[in-house]
Ligand binder design. Structure first.
Ligand code: SF4
Length: 388
């Protein structure tokens, strides 16, 4: 496939709210099972080691009209739980045999309880990630939490999940994370060759494809896009942050780029890049997954920072290593984790004299003009300051 064909395929997967790719994967071998997971992060290795397909669920986006889902929630919360409920109630998630709800925020925790009541025939687990990073405390808790999922999925799948199964799956996801890191590095180096509106679709494909297939897709995208030279623009290089859960509509990402910004780093699909380096494939696999999360994972708003000095260090590193000239805070409306952390991050950027702008969106935001004007003005101001 050439680059247009790759992007077209990824866009089709992104728009398919019937999850046909998952249905086809299951139909290929009778008895296969698929397990959904919500943002931000779950150790997909355990699902994969059970012979099941992990499926990333990011709500209904801007293609789905939420009718029943609104009745389940008050008006002053974000949209992703409503559209996820809508996906469930309209049967679009029937292909899933279970759901994992990681501990991002109260909204997702409550959604996990509702899911247990509404979909009694499915496996549902609220997956509590540790907020203490001592191996003997948070680590032990986290290993226990992973072991529970391992036991549950072994029961669901009717077979034991061995340590070697887990090690093989860790190796598969190490390779996937490596490919994603390569894609991010390529985009930072040549953002005109890998627009974020395309990179986003390539990464979203990883929500529904088996990891082995997704890894090959990511690498073929980098290879194919590099083969077709595209015009270089005098855009401002920015890090986009705060979009780790409810995703902005694709049109919003395109608007930011059309307004004169190259997004050189982001936190859209954190599950694929949360662990910052390889997980060892020797030793106890759950302990190694635990250590990777506790000590070598990306900072994000739903993770506790043990000291004030740590706050914002990941964002500052993104700015520095990607050669960014500014930061765009783009968070879902009513997203408590992102919006409560924002003032602290703004203060840190201010201290480091890094320009920033901030706005909110919903996954079905339709009015792009104000955001385009705001980011366009931001990009222009960066260029003026750079030239000064
Ligand atoms: S968008 Fe924010 S508040 Fe809403 S579910 Fe996600 S993390 Fe929670």
């Amino acid at each position: 496939m050439n680059v247009q064909e790759i992007v077209k395929r990824c866009q089709a997967l992104f728009e398919d709210l019937e999850f046909n790719a998952v249905q086809q994967w299951k139909a290929a071998v009778p008895g296969r099972k698929a397990i959904g997971y919500m943002p931000i992060y779950v150790p997909r290795e355990i699902v994969h080691a059970a012979g099941m397909l992990p499926v990333g669920i990011f709500g209904g986006g801007d293609q789905m009209e939420v009718i029943q889902g609104d009745a389940y929630y008050q008006s002053y919360i974000c949209r992703i739980p409503r559209s996820t409920i809508e996906l469930g109630l309209t049967g679009k998630l029937n292909c899933l045999d279970g759901m994992l709800f990681p501990s991002i925020c109260d909204v997702i925790r409550n959604l996990s309880g509702m899911w247990q009541i509404m979909f009694k025939d499915k496996y549902v687990k609220y997956f509590d990630l540790p907020q203490n990073y001592d191996d003997a405390t948070g680590g032990e808790f986290y290993v226990h939490e992973m072991q529970t999922v391992r036991d549950d999925l072994a029961k669901l799948g009717g077979r034991e999940i061995t340590d070697d199964d887990l090690r093989r799956s860790i190796a598969v996801y190490n390779d996937n994370r490596k490919a994603v890191r390569e894609l991010y590095a390529y985009r930072a180096q040549k953002p005109w060759q890998a627009p974020t509106s395309e990179v986003y679709l390539v990464l979203r494909a990883g929500c529904v494809l088996p990891p082995e297939e997704h890894t090959a897709l990511v690498r073929s995208y980098v290879r194919e896009t590099d083969a077709v030279k595209r015009p270089v623009r005098d855009n401002a290089r920015v890090v986009l942050t705060g979009s780790f859960c409810e995703q902005p509509p694709l049109g919003l990402i395109k608007s930011i780029e059309m307004a004169g910004c190259y997004v050189v780093d982001d936190d859209f699909q954190l599950c694929q890049s949360m662990l910052l380096d390889d997980v060892p494939t020797t030793g106890d696999p759950l302990e190694e997954l635990s250590k990777a999360f506790l000590h070598r994972s990306a900072q994000t708003s739903s993770k506790y920072d043990e000291t004030k000095a740590e706050k914002g260090t990941h964002l500052l590193r993104q700015v520095k290593t990607r050669g960014a000239e500014g930061v765009i805070f783009a968070a879902a409306s009513f997203c408590d984790p992102a919006l409560l952390e924002r003032p602290m991050l703004l203060e840190i950027l201010g201290k480091h004299k890094i320009p920033y702008t901030a706005f909110k969106y919903a996954e079905n935001t339709g009015q792009m003009a104000p955001i385009r004007e705001q980011t366009g003005t931001f990009a222009d101001s960066i260029k003026l300051w750079s030239a000064a």
